[in-house]
Design a protein around this ligand. Structure first.
Ligand code: ADP
Ligand code: MG
Length: 438
């Protein structure tokens, strides 16, 4: 659970932010309804409580469908403990210079229909960089392993040649670095950094689309590397000529080497990926359960992994072994395959507002009069009952209210329905209307 949460934070924070707030924190205890997190000092605690707690609630909820209250503690006890030799790091360490994620290697990559070609090309490039396919252009939908493969090339090259200069960046990071160098007049340094590499990996190049100056700079970076026979690997969610506003000269250069697509894995491959992952995490999962999970998620490896994490967390919290029926329970609330038949919170608000002759603005507002408070709480109740939205998301949809407000509303209505038949009938009627109109 912690690894999953920290991965989320890694995506949201800068490297410095991550090091300051997340790397220094550690999970202490996970119970049915609380997650205790220890941080080094009071100011960490403040930061966590103001900025990160909602994300923890949201993350755990998304993973497990279970709501936890995070408890943030700080203290001298923790400091003393920190001075003792540290147990093994839980967080995967980034190789500092290359920015490679240590998990994304060829060893951990499962091949199958859909990624065979891309995998083969990546291997060739890692063995003989700059020779055959330059640039290597990997494209395809999200969560299919493009980033993983690209970084595997970097790891492989570093194994063969530990002194190799490997640089991994997202296209956004490249753009930011470039703009920073303009602002701080350190362009020379920027060029040094990007043109003296043996292998440049630029991820998600589709985001170059509307960045004129960055494209210009990248054009020169590309040429410098290419002329020196340095390997360039690019990924994108689509082919070069399909990227809007990408300069023609870049499009044509991107096609000089080899473009390979990555497509969704078939069932067998999905099972193999899950089995691999389960082994790596030392999870005991029966084969039929693996097949079941792989059968549920057919679009995207990231979702597949998410499903496994969810099942695992569910089992931990329920203190049960992983079985197919437990997996089915854990995955019940999940929006499978992105094909969500889910009601939107907006729609719920519309229907409830109309039913009680109030406005949606009132539902989202702060008025405390009974005629509005009750419909607002009912709408929150329905949002929680009938959608997969997390509590913080529901709060957000109601004018930015706290997740505790949503819990309170939910409990209030659940409670009131046990004694108030009229309310119960109203809620039932609303549910019917929502089911018919969704
Ligand atoms: P993309 O960059 O295409 O959006 P990623 O490379 O980030 O996708 O992959 C999403 C997740 O799925 C990562 O955790 C990655 O390790 C995993 N993954 C994707 N494909 C495979 C595979 N063939 N074998 C093992 N893990 C995979
Ligand atoms: Mg990616």
């Amino acid at each position: 659970v912690w690894a999953y949460l920290t991965d989320r934070f890694r995506a949201d924070l800068t490297q410095v932010g991550y090091d300051t707030w997340i790397a220094s924190a550690k999970p202490v205890r996970l119970t049915q309804d609380t997650l205790e997190i220890q941080v080094p000092a009071q100011f960490h605690k403040d930061y966590w409580e103001h900025n990160l707690v909602t994300k923890v609630v949201e993350g755990v909820y998304e993973m497990t469908g279970i709501e936890v209250t995070p408890i943030i503690t700080d203290g001298a006890a923790f400091k003393e403990e920190q001075q003792k030799p540290q147990p093994k790091e839980v967080v995967p360490t980034f190789k500092e210079k290359s920015h490679l994620n240590s998990k994304y290697t060829f060893e951990t990559f499962v091949t199958g229909k859909g990624n065979q070609m891309a995998h083969a090309a990546a291997l060739v490039v890692s063995e003989e960089p700059g020779v055959l396919y330059n640039p290597l252009f990997l494209y395809g939908g999200v969560g299919l392993g493009k980033t993983h493969l690209m970084q595997a090339i970097g790891h492989q090259l570093l194994i063969a040649n530990p002194d190799a200069n490997v640089k991994y960046v997202t296209s956004e990071a490249f753009a930011n670095d470039f703009i920073n160098s303009l602002q701080t007049k350190t362009q020379e340094q920027f060029r040094q950094e990007y043109r003296n590499v043996d292998l440049l990996l630029v991820d998600d190049i589709q985001f170059f689309g509307d960045k004129e100056a960055t494209q210009e700079e990248f054009f020169h970076t590309f040429n410098a590397l290419y002329e020196n026979k340095k390997q360039i690997v690019l990924t994108s969610d689509r082919l070069p000529n399909e990227i809007p506003k990408l300069q023609d000269r870049l499009v044509s250069r991107f096609k000089w080497g080899l473009s390979v697509d990555v497509t969704p894995p078939d069932l067998e491959t999905r099972i193999a990926i899950l089995r691999n992952k389960a082994n790596a995490e030392q999870l005991v999962i029966p084969d039929d359960t693996l097949s079941y999970i792989a059968g549920q998620i057919d679009s995207n490896v990231r979702e597949l992994e998410g499903a496994l994490v969810r099942v695992q967390a569910f089992a931990t919290m329920q203190r049960q072994d992983i079985t197919t029926s437990l997996a089915a329970d854990a995955l019940k609330g999940l929006k499978l395959n992105g094909k969500s038949h889910e009601l939107s919170i907006n729609h719920i608000q519309d229907v409830v507002a109309k039913y009680y002759a109030v406005t949606v603005t009132d539902l989202k507002g702060k008025k405390r009069v009974k005629q509005i408070v009750m419909p607002r709480q009912i709408a929150m109740y329905l949002a929680r009952e009938m959608t997969d939205s997390s509590l913080p998301k529901i709060g957000q949809a109601f004018g930015g209210k706290d997740h505790t407000t949503v819990i309170h509303a939910y409990e209030k209505i659940t409670d009131a329905m046990t004694s108030d038949d009229e309310l119960k009938a109203d809620v039932l009627e609303l549910k019917n209307r929502l089911k018919q109109t969704s």
